[in-house]
Design a protein around this ligand. Sequence first.
Ligand code: GLA
Length: 390
Amino acid sequence: MKLQDLASHVSSEFEKLYGRPPRWIAAAPGRVNIIGEHTDYNDGFVLPMAIEYYSVMAADRPVDGREVITLRSTLEAEVATIDLTRPVRPAAPKWGNYPRGVVAGFQERGIQPGGLDVLLHSTVPLGSGLSSSAALEVCTATLLEAVTGTTLDPVEKALLCQKAEHDFAGVPCGIMDQFISALGREGHLLLLDCRPRTTELVPMSDPSVALLIINTNVKHELSGGEYAERRAQCEEAARNLGVESLRDVTAVQLEAGKSKISETVYRRARHVIGEIGRTVDAVGSVRQSDWPAVGQLMYASHAALRDDYEVSCEELDVVVEIAEAIGERGGVYGCRMTGGGFGGCCVALVKASAVEDISKKIAADYKARTGIAATIFASRPAAGATVVKG
Ligand code: GLA
């Protein structure tokens, strides 16, 4: 659904619920990462794009003038409320913690949002590695900017949202998701250098190629601490190798320092160092429209995430195997898991003319091999967060 249509839909739902039209509407997209996985918290490079799927919030001041933010969602039965007369802390229901953390971030900066009636709607598939949570945080921040008449520096806005995720959702995420949701540009990938936090837009408008997102529709809830564990292993590697972060280590230096780290930590570091290099190479190849080269880098990324970083799972591997079997002849240049891992989505770079055939083939083979129905869709690189009304 186009953003304007989506916003009209949320507007009329708001009116049904609260009995008046909203004064503000804000939206922020989810993202798919083309390459550069688990590199952001290692000061590396990432290459995501915003997708045409959004978190949308419609809002108005409450009629009773109370200093309370009431958050309702079209997807959740439970209502979340934030009492602005007290310190804002994590609370039930869980989904309210993302906006809650963002409200706290505004207050820390001395910006008081004031009471609000809000309706949230999201088309970003939840828990599928497409950053529904970052979209929700950045959407909240964009709404609060409109409501308070302030404009945060986009980098500060992304950091505020990342802090909300750390402190209110307990996830020690990197900065990729919030950056791309805030700073995405239509028709472009975003190269983010996570060390100085600088960005570069990389045009991606060749009509002969498309990006397919294949949702495995599985989410393996392991112990839940895998992300934090990977992050700690990377920090351990950097510490033992005597550097600030893995960004400072070359493949040759890693081999030379192998005896200083455990075998597992060595493999984690090998993925990160290789992936930082692959991301830089991929940008060069995208700029030259060398799609076969980009595709090979995507396959190599997947293999390292599967074997060295160990964040893939059977279903993601099956999708990549099917894509590889279709091959360039059938229109697939490359495919890899995207996002944190353990389920969620794969991203495939394909010939635009073959999108339908490839989607059908992947859906059929994935169903045959796993018994699960995948959800497959294409998205062009979309714009980042916007105020639709207000
Ligand atoms: C999650 C995190 C990001 C990033 C990816 C892995 O999406 O939120 O910061 O670390 O995993 O690349």
